[in-house]
Design a protein around this ligand. Sequence first.
Ligand SMILES: [Zn+2]
Length: 118
Amino acid sequence: MKIFVNNLLPPRGFLAINLFGVLFVRKLYVSRVNRRVITHERIHTAQMIETLFVFFYLLYLLEWVYWLVRRLFDRSINPYLSISFEREAYSNDTDTSYLKRRKLFSAWRYYFHWAGVR
Ligand SMILES: [Zn+2]
């Protein structure tokens, strides 16, 4: 995975952002990029490739808005952590061999699943 250390991306307060398979890391946080972060972002890259990139960002945004609305009725919901792509990544980012055995479109198993990572 290409890692681009810089002072602009992601916005202040965020550790890293994966744009089209390239990881942008704020210089300030570069020491926090560990194996788990890399595995997490590689899972996102796999999700991006299988959704032709554009659908990853579209689905990600739509689902985030969906969870934001749900949060109006249930304050225990964390919209970011409820996104299916994040659920798959957070559930498997400590397993470095996950990507080797990951099946195509594995994030779909996490879609609109109420329980799990919050
Ligand atoms: Zn993530």
